[in-house]
Design a protein around this ligand. Structure first.
Ligand code: MRU
Length: 348
């Protein structure tokens, strides 16, 4: 059983983007229907939709539905409106490469169909956005299958942030082997890092695994070392927002610390994601832009002061795990082992 909630989809008449507002989970399951570029931008920026693949899907659908509102009567004028929305959505969040990847795919498809009628161009854009969604579903399942080959029944698994169904279109990436294993009766014991400051682990990973009937225990981020020391963790599984060509991987802040701990305790550290998250134009982790977020997310988390007003807070949303701490990178095409630079190049 996987996540039953699809984080980003089209409504029945295919003219609105439907999102479950992830900032409200687990307290409320509220769906938003959007067709204004500003609202789609805000939803990505504020993490109403989040997780690298889901951001890409929402951006593709969002670009399509927002373009439909253009009053242009020629393909040339429509393209101007389309490009304006695309460029605007591209400024919403900088780290997850899937955002740019999905917007690029939509743009390339537009360019391919440019000589067709306006109605046909719109039809093609709808088709491309739906393809991005469907391909992501297939990728999640394949990532899960490859990931499962590295795991054994009864294992204790640690994950950080949320790289599950709610961050993708169904199976997720890091959580995909957990769902597939569960279908085979693997009986994993999953530990979910709470993931400060926005609690994607305790709010979202615990929510979706619990809903699927998978054994999940929430721990605070600073408990990971102790839980590893107690022998409760056999493997760490995390998602990724951008993997550089040398295998360095950006993921939610805190991931690199977990990776360093895992190495110390001799626990394998797996990074799972679709090949669309590998950015061959980014040579190393140092070239990945790390999103800096509002200080208030730390000092005034969830509407309550957790640090004195006026005290500075530093809030990078992601960190980069050096490739040397990663045991394997698992994509829909299979398991990539070190040396990453050579093996990633070969894959592409
Ligand atoms: O800030 P977020 O919640 O978008 O960060 C999400 C992550 O870091 C995920 O692990 C990553 O995007 C992979 S989701 C399959």
């Amino acid at each position: 059983m996987t996540m039953s909630v699809v984080p980003a989809k089209l409504n029945e008449s295919k003219d609105k983007l439907v999102l479950i507002d992830q900032t409200l989970i687990p307290n409320e399951e509220k769906f938003l229907e959007l067709d204004e570029a500003e609202d789609v931008w805000e939803a990505i920026k504020k993490l109403r939709v989040r997780g690298a693949p889901a951001i890409g899907i929402a951006a593709a659908y969002g670009l399509y539905v927002c373009s439909l509102k253009s009053e242009a009567t020629t393909v040339k004028d429509f393209k101007k409106d389309f490009e304006e929305i695309r460029n605007y959505l591209a400024t919403s969040r900088p780290t997850a490469v899937n955002l740019f990847w999905a917007l690029d795919r939509m743009t390339k498809r537009f360019e391919k169909e440019e000589n067709m009628s306006l109605a046909e161009v719109k039809e093609a854009l709808l088709d491309e956005s739906e393809k991005i969604f469907r391909e992501d579903q297939a990728m999640g399942k394949a990532i899960g299958k490859h990931g499962l080959t590295l795991l054994k029944p009864g294992m204790g698994l640690l994950t950080h942030c949320n790289a599950g169904g709610i961050a993708t279109s169904g199976y997720g990436t890091a959580l995909a082997p957990m769902y597939l294993g569960d279908e085979k009766g693997y009986d994993f014991k999953v530990y979910a890092d709470e993931t400060r400051p926005l609690l994607q682990g305790s709010r979202l990973t615990a929510y979706e695994l619990d809903k699927a009937g998978i054994d999940v225990t929430v721990i605070c981020d600073d408990m990971a070392s102790q839980v590893m020391k107690e022998g409760k963790i056999d493997a760490v599984l995390v998602g990724c927002d951008r993997v550089a060509a040398n295998g360095d991987a950006a993921n939610k802040i805190g991931t690199s610390g977990v990776a360093i701990l895992a190495k110390e305790y001799g626990i394998p550290m797996y990074v799972l994601g679709p090949t669309s998250t590998i950015d061959m134009d980014t040579p190393t982790g140092d070239d990945i832009e790390i999103e800096l977020r509002d200080e208030e997310e730390i000092g005034n988390g969830f509407g309550r002061r957790t640090a004195p007003k006026g005290v500075k807070a530093y809030n990078p949303a992601f960190d980069v795990t050096d490739a040397k701490y990663i045991t394997a990178i698992i994509t829909e095409k299979g398991v990539i082992k070190p040396p990453y630079k050579e093996n990633i190049k070969e894959l592409f």
